[in-house]
Design a protein around this ligand. Structure first.
Ligand code: ZN
Length: 135
């Protein structure tokens, strides 16, 4: 498996508007706008830190997985995303190793990235997102 870098760290928040000031204005990170990812029922905002990014995740409905996370944990680090060269090969490597997957198949996430989530039980307690840039 070719993991290239930590692509981003996902942080669950009640409201992007509430927290964008801190990340953009206090930390001074580059903010390029938010987008809704319907399939995951979230609105996401990316802030660039060098080669990596922070992704703020805000639920767009009460049955969003991020809404459930906020109820249970009250916000905070939701997932760590690793950039891989070939997401299908990475998922296959997980299957071969018997590692528990949330997504059997890659799907399309924010910015047209191919993404798939690995179960925290397979990683030591952290939700891991694999992502591959669109060609
Ligand atoms: Zn993410």
């Amino acid at each position: 498996m070719n993991v290239k870098k930590v692509d981003h760290i996902g942080i669950a928040v009640e409201s992007i508007e509430q927290w964008i000031e801190y990340y953009r204005d206090v930390l001074g990170l580059d903010y390029t706008g938010a987008e809704v990812v319907e399939e995951q029922k979230v609105r996401v905002a990316f802030l660039t830190i060098g080669e990596s990014r922070i992704e703020l995740l805000e639920p767009t409905s009460d049955d969003s997985p991020v809404a459930g996370f906020l109820v249970k944990r009250g916000g905070g680090i939701h997932h760590i995303a690793l950039s891989v060269e070939d997401i299908d090969a990475s998922l296959e490597a997980h299957r071969v190793a018997g590692a528990r997957l949330i997504d059997d198949q890659a799907r399309i996430g924010a910015h047209g990235m191919k993404i798939a989530f690995i179960h925290p039980k397979a990683t030591g307690g952290v939700l891991v997102e694999l992502c591959q840039k669109p060609p």
